[in-house]
Every structure is written in structure tokens, then in C-alpha cells.
Design a protein around this ligand. Structure first.
Ligand code: R5P
Length: 289
């Protein structure tokens, strides 16, 4: 079966690892609406769309919907999308009455538009690592960067013990320990809403140890920074930090260094100065193309 890899301008660097990938034309009308055109026929082909949704989450999510819709309308044999950092995955349940469960809405939209499989990396609402899952009827193949991130950190810290900053990311720190985290109420940072970290407890022996805190994402950094601080207080000798998705908002990278993180690594799902693991390599290893 003929294969066709499509990519948008947001994912040009990822697609460069796949020779022959075809660029999807995307632009904006003067009023801000998105325009999308696939310049090659998808008919009868196994199509994979490679697209980043961050930054510009909402606009790029609409572009993803339009690319999926345009591809589906040409009757491909199969249609998949690789979106390394899945937006709107954070709200995976309603905490307060009336809240939108955005993870369901986004997955349901992709399903209804005809996306046969979404491939993503350390999806926020999948706390089990690599595997195949379903959400709102959408088939999701979740890849994990935990092994590649740990290998990178262990080049300079061979005996680093993985620590997850909470139970949710414990799957990323297999063979290690988890900090006990208690989330607080919603707070404001930079005009945006986020849930504060109320308390973190180290209930294992960290004294004199070389540790690497590993999580699915660093957003405002409040979780990772607090984890560095409590591990230092618990007597850790060296602390590194690794996260699949490094958003590093509100100066989180500098704050992490100031808190005592000696090495910091992330993937290039969101390009940053500490992107050390390529999501294109994860996609290749998973033999998804
Ligand atoms: C929480 O469940 C996640 O795994 C991350 O720990 C969290 O989303 C990171 O956000 P922030 O950097 O704002 O603390």
C-alpha cells in the first residue's frame, strides 16, 4: 500500500527525518481563519499527518482538524495523525461542576473527522506509558520518552535514580520512587489558571543520592521546582530533571536551575534549549511509519 507522510509548517523539523514527506499548505485569512490544502492525493494511501499544536494551541488544533478533514475527504486507505504534545489533554475529568472535559472533546472531534489513530507521546491522561488506548472512541497510540530521557541523563549521571513528582507520573520512573504530591485549588499565573501544588512529601531515603525527577510535562514548573526543593531538603546529592513536554512557562527553566537542578532535559515535542530527545526517533523506533 502506498504511504504518504504529510506535515505542516509546525512540524517541519520532525518531518525532515522522513524523506519524501509532503508539506501541507497552511495559512491564515485576514480575519484569522485558517486555510489548509493538501497538495498531493491521499486516495487509497496510508496517510500519516505530522503536526505540532504548540505554541498557538487553539489555532493549530483547528488546523489539525482541517488537515484531517481534507485528507479524509480524499478516501485514504488509512489515516493517522502524529501530534507529539496533545493539547487540551490536561482537563481529563471535571473537578468542578460544569467544567468542560476538553480531552474528550478533542479526541471525539478527531474521531468524528475520520482520524483512524492518533499517535502521541506521554499523553497527560494516559498514566500507563506506551500502549494502545481509546478515548471518546478515538484509538490512541501512546509512545513514551521516559527511556530515552533517562538514557540521556545517565550519560552524565550513570547511577541517577528516577523519581516521579507524583503518582500520576510513576510509570515514567519505573524502578525508582514517587514523591507524594497534594494538589491545591486553582490559582493564577501570568493571567492563566493553574492548580497549585499544596504539599509534597519525600517518604523514601534521598540522603546522599543522585536523583533524576521525571514527569510528563513541565508547564509553569511549580511541580518540578517544588520537587527539586523537597529533595534537596531531604539531602539529595545531585538532582537532574527530565520531562517529555518542556513548556517552561513563566521562566520555569531558570527557576529550576536556581532551585538546584543540575541537568535538565526534555524532548523536542516543544522545541526548547534543553530538547535532548527527538520525537522523530521515538516515532521511528515505534515503527509507526
Ligand atoms: C501533573 O499531573 C503533571 O504530570 C505535571 O506534573 C504538571 O502538569 C506540571 O505542571 P506545572 O509545571 O504547572 O506544575
Amino acid at each position: 500500500m502506498a504511504k504518504l507522510v504529510l506535515f505542516s509548517d509546525t512540524a517541519q523539523d520532525i518531518a525532515s527525518a522522513f524523506p519524501g514527506a509532503v508539506r501541507v499548505e497552511t495559512r491564515n485569512f485576514p480575519d484569522g481563519e485558517s486555510y489548509v490544502r493538501i497538495p498531493e492525493s491521499c486516495k487509497g494511501k496510508d496517510v500519516l499527518i505530522i503536526h505540532r499544536c504548540y505554541p498557538g494551541i487553539s489555532e493549530n488544533l483547528v488546523k489539525l482538524f482541517l488537515i484531517v478533514g481534507a485528507a479524509r475527504s480524499q478516501s485514504p486507505s488509512s489515516l493517522r495523525a502524529f501530534v507529539p504534545y496533545l493539547p487540551y489533554a490536561r482537563m481529563d475529568k471535571a473537578v468542578k461542576e460544569g467544567e468542560a472535559v476538553s480531552a474528550d472533546v478533542v479526541c471525539g472531534m478527531l474521531k468524528s473527522l475520520g482520524c483512524g489513530e492518533l499517535i502521541t507521546v506521554d499523553c497527560h491522561f494516559i498514566k500507563e506509558g506506551a500502549g494502545t488506548f481509546q478515548r471518546a472512541g478515538l484509538k490512541i497510540r501512546n509512545l513514551t520518552a521516559s527511556g530515552a530521557l533517562l538514557s540521556h541523563i545517565r550519560k552524565s549521571s550513570p547511577s541517577a535514580l528516577p523519581i516521579s513528582p507524583d503518582q500520576g507520573a510513576a510509570y515514567m520512573a519505573k524502578g525508582g520512587e514517587a514523591i507524594k504530591k497534594v494538589r491545591g485549588d486553582y490559582g493564577e499565573m501570568g493571567g492563566a489558571t493553574y492548580r497549585k501544588v499544596a504539599e509534597m512529601k519525600v517518604e523514601f531515603d534521598a540522603k546522599g543520592k543522585d536523583l533524576v525527577i521525571i514527569d510528563d510535562m513541565v508547564s509553569t514548573g511549580s511541580t518540578m521546582i517544588k520537587a527539586v526543593k523537597v529533595l534537596r531538603e531531604a539531602g539529595a546529592k545531585k538532582i537532574s530533571c527530565a520531562a517529555t513536554h518542556g513548556l517552561f512557562l513563566s521562566g520555569a527553566l531558570e527557576k529550576l536551575r536556581e532551585a538546584g537542578a543540575q541537568e535538565i532535559a526534555a524532548t523536542d515535542s516543544i522545541p526548547s534549549p534543553v530538547s535532548k530527545v527527538r520525537v522523530a526517533d521515538l516515532l521511528k523506533e515505534a515503527k509507526a511509519i
